[in-house]
Structures are given as C-alpha cells and as structure tokens.
Write a protein that binds this ligand. Structure first.
Ligand code: GRG
Length: 303
C-alpha cells in the first residue's frame, strides 16, 4: 500500500500535468510521422503505455527552474522531454528482449516482443532512438540550441548503453570494490538519462553555466536515489504491484544496494541523497519547487 505521503505526491500536479502534456505530444509525433502501420502500432505500444514519465517531467521542471518566464524555451523543452522519453522507451524495449533481460511484463502489460514479435521490437526500439534525434533536429530553434541539446541526448544515450554493458556484460578491473562497481553501473544505466533529462531542460530554459551545473548535481543525486529505491522495491514489492518482474536482481545474482548495504542502511542512503538533492537546488527560488517535490516523491515512491 502506498503511504499517505506517496499517495499525495502521485496525484500531485507536479507529476500529472507535465506527464499529460508529454503524452499528448508523443502521440502527435508518432501519429504524424509517415511509418508503416505495424511499426507505428508497435512504437505507440512501447511509448504510450502507462509509464511514470519521470525523465520528461524532470526536463520540463528543470526548464522552468531556470527560465525567466514560463514561456522561455517551453516549446523546445517539450520536444526535448518527448525525446528523452523515447530514448527511455527504446531502452526498456531492448532491455526486455530475450537476448537481454528476457522479460514478458512491462508497465503491467506484455512486453513489446511478446506483443509484436522480436524482430518488430528490435526495429521499434531502433526507430525510437532515431525519432528522438529527428525531433531535436527538427523542432528546436535556433539550430545552435538543437546541436547543443542533441549532444546532451547522445551523451546520455551512450552512457546508458555503457551502463547496460557494465551491468550485463561486465569488464571491471578486479581491484574495483563492489560498491564502486554498483555505483558505476547505476550512474550510467539509470543516472545518465536523469542527467540528460535535467541538463536538456536547463539548457532549453536558458540557464547559465552555474545553474546548469547545479541542476546537473541535482540530477546525479536523484538518479542514484531513484535506483536505490528501485533496488529496494525489487525486494520489498510484488510483481503484480510493480507491473514488472520483482525479485529479479536476486534471481540473477545481481549486486544491489540492499544486497551490499542491507535494507535499512539503503533506506538511510535514500534519505541522505534526498537531502543532498535539496541542497543542490539552494540557489534557486520557488520556480524549482516542482523539482524539490519531485525528489521527495521519488524518495517515497512505491512503484
Ligand atoms: C538496452 C541500451 C539498453 C539499456 C537498458 C533501461 C535499462 C537500460 C534497463 C531496464 C532495467 C532497469 C532496472 C533499468 C534501470 C532504470 C530503470 C529503473 C528503469 C525503469 O524506469 P521507470 O521506473 O519506468 O521510470 P517507467 O515504466 O515508469 O517509465
């Protein structure tokens, strides 16, 4: 059962309003782009299922945290938000494939390769990666901004792919301690998209270097916090509740924060990172309140 605090945040405008805005935009992009009907259907299935939309929400709130007005960079931030969600969805589709995590449940529904077949799942994932960059290149003005944002998106995507390799085909030096290995995996696999999401938002919103740096620290901290919470949920919640396979980390013998530190110390680490994320936003006024609320939500989420 979600706590009262988690329930309050799940219904918060901080989440629902930007999530709806991004979902409507994503549907429009996927409907307007000429595509074979079966590929469009697969891409829509992958993207428009019931996801939390945390990364695009971070993009939009990072843009407003630095923006001088509500409108500055709003169109650009929305396109960047949709692009990061497409990259995230591509990664989920490919991660679920038989050659990777071999999962048949995602967002409470059959994974894309179960729904549309393996070949289509590979191709729809590829498409989403291409579409994300196409969107940045075509929707952002001026073109200098498009170049800057697409570089951020490329770095985030490639670091995430490196994180998947660190996690699933590891090639670490034996001298590296388990906790450092785990942090390296998560800072790449999960943290990279959080960082890219926030930096793209701050750049679209017209943030200066110091603001972008502060938002980057916030993103790195909440990215790690999100993953520790994810590790905790994997051992404390059911598959039915999560809408994806629970208990997989232990089943696959994966190192996790609860596995290395224990459950209670992991919860303490979540609290420490939550406080650190708030500190990183100290220079911002109330326009960063949605980022502060989002951090608190991610700390108490039950899904
Ligand atoms: C295949 C290139 C490639 C990368 C895969 C995303 C990923 C990297 C693996 C999925 C497994 C996993 C545990 C990733 C860590 C990040 C994470 C918890 C993803 C799920 O994100 P949520 O909870 O998902 O935000 P929704 O469905 O709400 O969007």
């Amino acid at each position: 059962m979600p706590t009262a605090l988690a329930r309050k945040y799940m219904n918060s405008d901080v989440l629902t309003q930007p999530a709806q805005q991004v979902e409507a935009y994503l549907a429009q992009v996927l409907d307007q782009r000429p595509l074979p009907p079966n590929l469009r259907e697969a891409a829509r299935y992958a993207v428009l299922g019931p996801g939390k939309r945390l990364r695009p929400i971070l993009t939009l709130h990072s843009a407003s945290a630095v923006g001088t007005t509500q409108q500055q960079g709003a169109k650009e931030a929305l396109a960047a938000a949709a692009a990061i969600e497409m990259i995230h969805c591509f990664s989920l589709v490919h991660d679920d494939l038989p050659a990777m995590d071999d999962d048949n449940l995602r967002r409470g529904r059959p994974t894309l390769h179960i729904h549309s077949g393996e070949a289509m799942a590979i191709l729809a994932g590829d498409l989403l990666m291409g579409l994300a960059f196409e969107l940045i290149a075509t929707a952002l003005e001026p073109k200098e901004l498009a170049g800057r944002v697409s570089a951020e998106l490329a770095i985030a995507t490639n670091d995430m792919i490196a994180g998947q390799v660190y996690d699933t085909i590891p090639d670490f030096d034996d001298a590296i301690e388990p906790l450092e290995r785990l942090e390296t995996i998560h800072r790449h696999k999960t943290g990279a998209l959080f960082q890219g999401a926030c930096r793209m938002g701050a750049i679209c919103g017209g943030g200066d270097e110091a603001e972008i740096e502060a938002i980057t620290r916030y993103a790195q901290t909440v990215g790690l916090m999100f993953q520790i919470v994810d590790d905790l949920l994997d051992v404390t919640q059911t598959t039915e509740h999560l809408g994806k396979a629970a208990g997989k980390d232990a089943e696959q013998g994966k190192e996790t924060y609860p596995g290395l530190l224990g459950i209670e110390p992991s919860r303490q680490e979540v609290k420490r990172l939550q406080a650190e994320a708030h500190e990183s936003l100290a220079r911002f006024d109330s326009r960063a309140d949605p980022l502060r609320e989002l951090c608190d939500l991610m700390a108490v989420r039950r899904k």
